[in-house]
Design a protein around this ligand. Structure first.
Ligand SMILES: Nc1ncnc2c1ncn2[C@@H]1O[C@H](COP(=O)(O)OP(=O)(O)O)[C@@H](O)[C@H]1O
Ligand SMILES: [Mg+2]
Length: 368
């Protein structure tokens, strides 16, 4: 069986690395000839996204998936007319549009920050009056790593937010959530409807980019873990999603508030390659290929640390006990995710110590 992946970044690369042991082979659709997935399969695509390049990609595989949600739903519909695509177009339409995502949370009674759709400066002023400040303004599509956002903290900021983002209307305005920490849950649903969830991760961001994740989230209450599980199950079932899905959440200390979804394997699930019985990448590929799912149980406490902007010394990282290095084959650039490190330990206390040892070796500063 051949799997076609929209996007040729590190997520596609790690999907292929997980699928090769079952003798699956891969093709990727990406405009960049030196993308991280290129060494692992056949590459299709051109800068203009021509119909011919899409047809060639369509002919190259038996089943399709994506590693990146900012692709046109029309493309996925076109593929779906000929061959299976997982996750389906409904999952994509929700996750790539923050307004659809908020409507889904409301419909499923999943707590999320109160929100308004913004189509004009007047609507923005009204949202500030109704939801208060700080008010978080987000572009509806295309945002990532905190890009496409503006936090209104005073009435003077309203005009600035409008100058910055007004051209991208409609926008989403949402109340600021006073959270204690950020969590995520990664889960997988198979073609037969079976769902398996990884334990929630505690995610620490630095300058808008995920710095590291610790799994299971330390000291998470039974109630919060159950909530996270129930929310992602409700979403997976409602969308009849097939494959991995991720839900980012705020832990307020008195319950979880949903933030956003990703219809795909997620940076906060990379720990699972070494830290779980079956990784998120393997489970995603199993689901897409119609195979039985593997266990999402963690083997021991694990952390994922992103390598951002500059590469560390390989030997210095690998000299740290129970550390694994994943490099994506990218060139250095400020703010760019170049790779990640997984570290495991018998206990969370030892794990936190190992994270500090790794932080001291990384050229980029980590938010500890
Ligand atoms: N409503 C909010 N209240 C407080 N912080 C927020 C809110 N929305 C987003 N943030 C902060 O901004 C970060 C990025 O926002 P997010 O919606 O996850 O977009 P992205 O697609 O860039 O990850 C979040 O991880 C969180 O730290
Ligand atoms: Mg996010």
């Amino acid at each position: 069986m051949r799997v076609g992946v929209f996007g040729g970044g590190q997520l596609g690369r790690m999907m292929a690395l997980a699928g090769y042991p079952f003798n699956l082979r891969f093709s990727f659709y990406d405009a960049l000839p030196d993308c991280p997935s290129a060494p692992l399969g056949d590459l299709y695509g051109d800068e203009s996204g021509s119909p011919e390049s899409l047809d060639a990609f369509l002919a190259s595989a038996d089943v399709f998936t994506y590693e990146f949600e900012n692709i046109s739903t029309a493309w996925v519909e076109r593929i779906a007319r000929h061959k299976p695509v997982y996750p389906g177009v409904r999952s994509l339409a929700v996750s790539q549009n923050r307004l659809n995502e908020k409507a889904l949370f409301d419909r499923l009674s999943i707590p999320a920050a109160p929100w308004r759709r913004i189509d004009s400066l007047e609507a923005l002023q009204q949202a500030v009056a109704e939801l208060g400040m700080p008010l978080v303004i987000k572009t509806v599509t295309g945002g990532y790593d905190g890009k496409g956002q503006f936090v209104i903290r005073s009435t003077d900021d309203i005009a600035r937010a409008w100058t910055d983002l007004g051209a991208a209307c409609p926008l989403l305005a949402e109340a600021f959530v006073r959270f204690q920490r950020e969590l995520s849950i990664v889960a997988v649903r198979g073609q037969d409807g079976e769902i398996r969830c990884y334990p929630p991760a505690w995610n620490v961001h630095h300058q808008g980019i995920l710095s590291h994740s610790v799994v299971p989230a330390p000291d998470i209450s039974e109630a919060s873990a159950r909530q996270a599980d129930a929310y992602i199950r409700a979403i997976l079932e409602d969308l009849q999603h097939v494959g991995v899905m991720t839900l980012e959440m705020f832990d307020t200390g008195s319950g979880l508030v949903a933030n956003e979804t990703a219809p795909r394997v997620h940076n906060s699930g990379h720990w699972s390659i070494e830290g779980a019985i079956c990784s998120q990448f393997e489970n995603h590929i199993r689901a897409v290929a119609g195979l039985p799912l593997g266990s999402t149980d963690p083997l021991r406490p694990s952390a994922m640390i992103n390598i951002i902007g500059r590469h560390p010394e390989t030997a210095a990282i690998l000299a740290i006990p129970e550390t694994h290095l994943h490099l994506y084959g990218k060139t250095e650039r400020p703010g760019r995710k170049l790779g990640h490190i997984t570290v495991t330990a018998p206990t969370h206390i030892q794990l936190m110590d190992r994270i500090k040892v790794i932080a001291a070796v990384l050229p980029n500063r980590m938010a500890l």
